[in-house]
Design a protein around this ligand. Structure first.
Ligand SMILES: *Cc1c(COP(=O)(O)O)cnc(C)c1O
Length: 792
């Protein structure tokens, strides 16, 4: 297809034709959605040329590929990044100006591809963008959930979950590849390594193009969909129902095991289909199966894709007739594992019965792996009780992380502190056995979406001050901003940028909630999944205390700079405590927002349905970035990086990547408080923490608790939250309360010293270069993948 995006006039002709073909509409009569659909459809067609050329280059040159296995890809809207990265945005904008169309408004007609829960899925999406932009043959592999992450609404201040049937409307960026379908067997029983009487399901791939920035490279994200299989002898109602459930919806729980068999079915579907399609490709290109690891690396994003390890063993042994040792060599040279958590309750394990019933042959292979691993451990003189903990199967469970560590050549953490904790504490036994496998790859974010696309104001400032756009390609160049840290004219420019982003957010929040925020106030934002370790509870306790102080302490009131506290978070539907905290924050917000005594100074908003598109409004509008997890519990965080890059100061604990943010931007340019990771771990070890005592000795906490009891007619309504704080407080909220209050006071007063404040902000922006996922991907490639660039 000729390039119809080559200039404005040719594009206009092609676009008018597309509107007519798709909807039989004219420029004047098309609806917003039709305008969007015609654009998306035309752009996707245009991208076909570069996509085919990229595929051809990779195949002709036999380039090694990374296949990134991830159960989640939290993509958000694709229209803007595809327009931006392809370089066609300007032509489209010019044409739409002639039509009287507003491109920004049209882009909003696309619904988010919400195929993820939070940080882990968003990381995978950032990696796709960065790898394609660095011209690397990197391909995503996941599931095509018909329903994405649930839509959150508040009813009576409580979270209610509604389905997100995002595929009810056509998804213009995907291509179904029926001829590449893979048949997947479940259940049955094994006889001499053969699976007898399995239930067959067909996995059909849909490929979504991933557009590199300005380099003509287009890779893809492959999403597998479950359908009925022709191999299955009968298609009765029960069978069809089972099939339809497999890729029906994403599990809205990113920490604990919710579904059982169904979730394992999902994991096997995208793992087995992904591996098989790679092997078919490898053979089609005439390469020897024994060379598989020379042409592919399988990066496993957390343990959800662990099944690729036994599955690859199965194919190599049962279908390719290689021996165990030969197969194991190939597996352990091609699989690399990324660990994302240190919460031990979140380490994935599967009941043996469920596992063996669904995947009998895979279970046999894991048993054999386990038998051999135990020999390795015994030969290494590992003590018996440790062997028991390190086994692949134990306490009636199959332990996915243990399989990943044993079966891979690389185990990486996602921030320096996290990797240290893995090496020295959590996975210390494995580290001692395989020290060279362990490495760190600090997470990153794509600055194309999280700065260039969402913050044109800051982009323009940087273009002007840095004198070129070279920093768009190499984010480390924004260090050049640092020399302006005390330049009052530049400080004013940054302040105006912030004001303009606050105004956009104020408008959106007014429209969504009816609450009008003060643009002169400090925008203090905590947006992330609702989890006890992230400590939204600590935030609301301080807000209540601040409110009570504003009502009683006139000196404090006089000195207080107005502050807006904004929350965005979804709670897992079954996570009672998290949902209680949402309700508590909502109920508190009504009291505070309606108190005319204080509501010029203090407002609290909980935005509904926090997702990537909402995030794009929130990050650039923030002054304060809330990163207040219990130290050692947040593996990395990536929201912290998005805030920093857009000119917010971190108020946070020394946890996850906060440690590296402080290292880059300077301790003095962020507001750090609370227990250190070592202190937290020693509290756990000593077992002597008494939250009740802290409460008894702190009248501030007592009156906060009284306030909470007064929020509802029934004073015991929130007792499950309060009692938990008094009796256990595992996440050390009360322990860090005093330190957090002081940090908040410091932040409020620092903001009043505007010269100091904007100096801090500039230091943060200028030193955010390290946190681009381009750097992360370059490090993965250097240390783990060793891919060659696509140079077409
Ligand atoms: C970046 C991002 C996250 C991760 O936030 P953390 O603060 O790192 O937990 C979650 N959800 C969305 C929509 C994001 O954009």
């Amino acid at each position: 297809m000729d390039n119809v995006f080559i200039n404005k006039e040719i594009f206009k002709g092609a676009y008018i034709l597309m509107l007519k073909n798709l909807f039989n509409k004219r420029i004047e009569t098309a609806t917003l959605y039709e305008k969007y659909a015609a654009l998306a459809s035309l752009l996707d067609k245009q991208l076909e040329n570069d996509y085919e050329a990229t595929t051809e280059y990779v195949e002709k040159n036999n380039l090694k590929k990374t296949i990134y296995f991830s159960m989640e890809f939290l993509m958000g809207r694709l229209i803007t990044s595809n327009l931006m990265n392809s370089g066609y945005a300007d032509v489209v904008k010019a044409a739409f100006d002639d039509f009287g169309y507003d491109l920004n408004e049209i882009e909003l007609a696309e619904t988010d591809a919400g195929l993820g829960n939070g940080g882990l899925g968003r990381l995978a999406a950032c990696f796709l963008d960065s790898a394609a932009s660095l011209s690397l043959p990197f391909y995503g592999n996941s599931l095509r959930y018909k329903k994405g992450f649930f839509v959150q609404r508040f009813e009576n201040d409580k979270q209610r979950e509604y389905p997100d049937p995002w595929l009810d409307k056509p998804f213009y960026w995907e291509e179904r590849k029926e001829q590449e379908a893979i048949h997947i067997p479940y259940f049955g029983y094994v006889k001499d390594t053969k699976l007898i009487d399995p239930v067959w399901v067909k996995a059909v791939p849909y490929d979504v193009k991933v557009v590199g920035a300005g380099n003509g490279v287009i890779t893809h994200l492959r999403l597998w969909s479950a359908e009925k299989s022709e191999l299955h002898p009968y298609h009765d109602e029960e069978y069809l129902k089972m099939v339809s459930k497999i890729t029906e919806s994403l599990y809205p729980d990113d920490s604990t095991e919710a579904g059982k068999t169904l979730r394992l079915q999902q994991q096997y579907l995208f793992s087995a289909a992904g591996i098989k399609s790679v092997i078919l490709e490898h053979k089609r290109l005439g390469r020897d199966i024994k060379d598989l690891h020379k042409y592919y690396v399988f990066q496993v994003n957390d343990t959800h894709p662990t099944l690729i390890i036994p599955e690859l063993m199965r194919i190599l042994m049962d279908e390719e007739n290689l021996g165990y040792d030969e197969s194991w060599d190939i597996v352990t040279q091609s699989v690399a594992y990324t660990n994302h958590t240190i919460l031990s309750e979140a380490l994935e394990k599967w009941n043996i019965k469920i596992f063996r019933n669904l995947l009998p042959r895979a279970f046999e292979i894991v048993q054999e792996m386990n038998r051999r691993f135990k020999i390795v451990l015994e030969e290494a003189k590992v003590p018996q009780e440790k062997i028991y903990q390190m086994q692949l199967i134990g306490a009636n469970n199959v332990r996915m992380a243990n399989i990943c560590i044993y079966g891979s050549f690389s185990v990486n953490g996602v921030a320096a502190l996290h990797t240290d904790i893995l090496k020295n504490i959590e996975l210390n036994d494995f580290y001692k056995l395989y020290p060279s496998k362990f490495n760190n790859k600090t997470n990153g974010i794509t600055h194309r979406r999280w700065l260039l696309h969402i913050n044109h104001e800051l982009t323009d400032i940087l273009d002007n001050l840095l004198g070129s756009k070279a920093w768009h390609k190499d984010l480390s160049l924004i260090k050049g901003l640092e020399q302006f840290k005390d330049d009052l004219k530049v400080q004013k420019m940054i302040k105006d940028m912030k004001l303009s982003k606050k105004r956009a957010l104020i408008q959106k929040i007014k429209k969504d909630t009816g609450i009008l925020l003060d643009e002169n106030a400090i925008f203090d934002i905590q947006i992330k999944r609702l989890h006890e370790y992230k400590r939204q509870l600590l935030n609301i306790l301080n807000i209540i205390y601040t409110y009570q102080r504003l009502k009683t302490d006139m000196e404090f009131k006089k000195n207080f700079h107005p502050q807006n506290f904004i929350f965005g978070a979804k709670a897992a539907p079954s996570y009672v405590m998290a949902k209680g905290i949402i309700e508590l924050i909502n109920k508190t917000s009504h009291v505070i927002n309606n108190d005319t005594d204080t509501n010029k100074l203090l407002k609290v908003v909980f935005v509904e349905n926090y997702n990537v598109t909402y995030a794009e409004y929130l990050f650039p509008a923030a002054d304060l970035s809330e990163q207040i997890s219990t130290a050692s519990k947040e593996a990395s965080g990536t929201g912290n990086m998005k805030f920093m890059l857009n000119g917010a100061v971190t108020i946070g604990t020394m946890d996850g990547a906060n440690v590296e943010i402080v290292k880059e931007a300077g301790m003095e340019n962020n507001i750090i408080f609370g227990l250190s990771s070592d202190e937290v771990n020693s509290i756990y070890k000593n077992n002597g923490y008494k939250p009740r005592q802290i409460y008894d000795e702190d009248p501030r906490l007592q009156s906060i608790f009284d306030f909470i009891r007064g929020l509802t007619i029934n004073p015991t309504h929130f007792d499950f939250i309060l009692q938990n704080l008094l009796t256990s407080d595992y996440f050390l909220v009360l322990k860090d309360f005093d330190s957090y209050v002081k940090a908040q006071e410091r932040a409020n007063q620092l903001y009043k010293d505007q010269k100091q404040w904007w100096h801090m902000v500039i230091m943060n922006i200028a030193n955010a270069g390290f946190f681009t996922s381009d750097r992360t991907i370059a490090q993965y490639n250097q240390d783990i993948w060793q891919l060659e660039e696509i140079k077409k």
